[in-house]
Ligand binder design. Structure first.
Ligand SMILES: Cc1cc2nc3c(=O)[nH]c(=O)nc-3n(C[C@H](O)[C@H](O)[C@H](O)COP(=O)(O)OP(=O)(O)OC[C@H]3O[C@@H](n4cnc5c(N)ncnc54)[C@H](O)[C@@H]3O)c2cc1C
Length: 541
């Protein structure tokens, strides 16, 4: 976390910045500042402090040869901590652009600085040393949503549970904060947000830089799942002007996976969250602009440059577009399913959800790989996992290694030919009724947590007639486009569509949203990366 650079490394950094002196007591980085320089201390000491009201917590001390900063330095978000000289000293100062130039050209320093930044962020998260306090309840779906949003954006926060801390409830009553206002988020120690939207949180914490709507981007990427982030890394590293739009948080479906074990290069597995966090930092390191909690609402495809419209009447102009909007879980048809979303019904199984149902019985619905993975993961902490599968077995839909783990795990009960028919409860799910089609019986179980992992539908509503889709709504590309598709789209170029190109020239589809895609992280990443070579070809036409 706090490496000491060699004199040769310090000299290489000095070539990118300027030497300056530091006065004792001087604040060289203020918490919350948007413009955050990078310092290598060459003499003296600098304390890293987390301010909270009138109190301060000492987080670290940098001495000669050590450097300031953490992940926000690369992502361009406001500083989380204050850095103050405890004695007179000297430092080399680089602004963000100079630091980006350094990490893009010097691979040894890039690895060293990136590793320290990521480890420092992990430490801040582990100790809840952020600038956010979340006050919520585990019986409130909004609390889970906000926790998920902060966690998936790698933002450290402290949590106060209203169900356990009665004093805080009194305080909220005194400020006329009602149950409908929960969760409450105290942002930067200054702003109190009542049941905020993800967009409000992103705004308050400065996740996004302002969008220049007059600029025409080389490529706008819609969706920051594995496919979109891979496209962003390749496009930005190859010098293109890139903007990424993401409705929610980076990571997409993969971000809701507890452990991805079949992605090349991670023999012990990696959580979707960790993979997404690294990919986001990597894309930012190469200069891609990534806008969080702001999705594409409409594609304007009848003129060039194309325009992507967003909330608040914002729009961005693009020479080429990569659609990487993936897919969302299809909800089974159970009448009151949506009422229990976040309070008993979940669409992802990560550490956060696992904590909510520790020691309890849970049900996982679905027979695919994601359902299998969720069952194996939850079985580590839950009392029992009922796996409800509509078909007569798992063999056709699940990888062999997962089937074996499920069969060998005494905490998992596989129930084939079984479907949920009713959910019951008040503010939280209390009971589940399911039908065993083979036995012809209906059973009721006191289960308070159901994980729905039942196949996905493509996120293509926002495209409204711009590109050819197949019957289920997935986007057709390259050789899959028939002569009729191209004629209907008035395909103008003399050439045939490139691989991954839709029926709209210069607009590509990658990952789960693309018809024929193999629904895996590796194929999403592969397609996102490959698409950039076609983007170059279209830009040069
Ligand atoms: C629980 C779970 C476990 C999994 N485990 C594995 C595994 O172990 N191994 C494996 O290979 N695969 C696994 N998968 C599958 C894998 O995660 C997907 O194949 C992969 O995430 C697809 O990537 P993608 O980028 O194409 O789409 P997605 O991951 O779906 O990402 C799409 C992104 O686009 C965003 N978006 C949607 N609409 C808009 C819009 N209008 N504007 C802006 N943004 C938008 C979404 O919010 C999302 O972030 C798992 C999936 C799940 C759900």
């Amino acid at each position: 976390m706090f490496p000491t650079l060699t004199p040769a490394q310090v000299k290489r950094i000095a070539a990118h910045g300027k030497q300056r002196s530091i006065r004792p007591g001087e604040v060289i980085i203020e918490a919350g500042a948007r413009v955050v320089p990078f310092f290598v201390i060459t003499a003296g000491r600098v304390e890293v402090i987390r301010p909270s009201g009138s109190t301060e917590t000492l987080v670290a001390v940098h001495g000669p040869g050590q450097f300031t900063g953490e992940v926000n330095m690369l992502s361009g978000r406001p500083a989380l901590v204050r850095s103050r000289a405890s004695e007179a000293g000297e430092a080399i100062e680089l602004d963000r652009e100079q630091l980006l130039a350094l990490v893009q050209t010097d691979s040894e320093l890039s690895e060293l600085i990136m590793r320290a930044f990521i480890l420092r962020r992990v430490e801040l998260i582990a100790h809840g040393l952020g600038n956010v306090v979340l006050i919520g309840s585990n019986h409130c779906a909004g609390t889970l949503r906000v926790k998920e949003f902060l966690t998936r954006n790698g933002h450290p926060y402290s949590y106060i549970d209203l169900d356990r801390d009665a004093d805080v409830q009194d305080l909220l009553d005194r400020f006329h904060i009602t149950a409908a206002d929960v969760p409450v988020l105290i942002c930067r120690g200054e702003v109190v947000l009542r049941n905020p939207t993800n967009q409000q949180i992103a705004g308050c914490l400065g996740f996004n830089e302002a969008i220049d709507q007059t600029q025409i981007r080389d490529v706008v990427i819609v969706g920051a799942g594995p496919a979109g982030l891979a496209a962003a890394v390749y496009a930005a590293s190859e010098g293109l002007n890139v903007l990424v739009l993401e409705t929610n948080s980076p990571g997409g479906q993969a971000g809701s996976s507890s452990e991805i074990e079949n992605y090349l290069g991670f023999p012990t597995g990696i959580s979707g969250q960790a993979l997404a966090g690294r990919a986001y930092t990597q894309a930012r390191k190469f200069g891609a602009q990534v806008i969080i909690a702001t999705g594409a609402k409409r594609l304007v495809c009848d003129r060039k440059p194309y325009a992507v419209e967003m909330d608040d009447n914002m729009r961005v102009l693009a020479r080429t577009i990569i659609i990487a909007t993936g897919a969302e879980y299809r909800a089974p048809t159970i009448e009151n399913l949506s009422e229990f979303k976040g309070v008993g019904v979940y669409y992802g199984a990560t550490f956060m959800e696992a904590q909510l149902c520790r020691g309890e019985e849970v049900a996982v619905v679905g027979g695919g790989n994601s359902a299998g993975q969720a069952a194996v993961f939850l079985a580590q902490t839950a009392k029992r996992v009922h796996m409800l599968v509509r078909s007569k077995g798992l063999a056709e839909s699940m990888s062999r290694y997962l089937i074996r783990r499920i069969e060998q795990n005494p905490a998992i009960v596989l129930r084939t030919n079984t479907e949920i028919v009713a959910l019951e409860g008040g503010n939280h799910l209390e009971r589940v009724r399911w039908r065993d089609d083979q036995a012809g019986s209906i059973e009721t179980h006191d289960i308070r947590h159901v994980f729905v992992m039942t196949g996905a539908v493509p996120s293509t509503d926002w495209l409204r007639g711009c590109v050819a889709l197949e019957a289920k709504g997935f986007i057709k590309t390259g050789p899959d486009l028939s002569q009729d598709d191209l004629a209907a789209a008035h395909w103008p170029p003399a050439r045939a569509p490139h691989l991954l190109e839709t029926s709209l020239p210069g607009v590509f589809a990658v990952g789960d949203v693309r018809s024929g895609n193999i629904k895996r992280v590796a194929s999403a990443v592969g397609e996102g990366s490959i698409a950039i070579s076609f983007v170059h070809q279209v830009l040069s036409e």
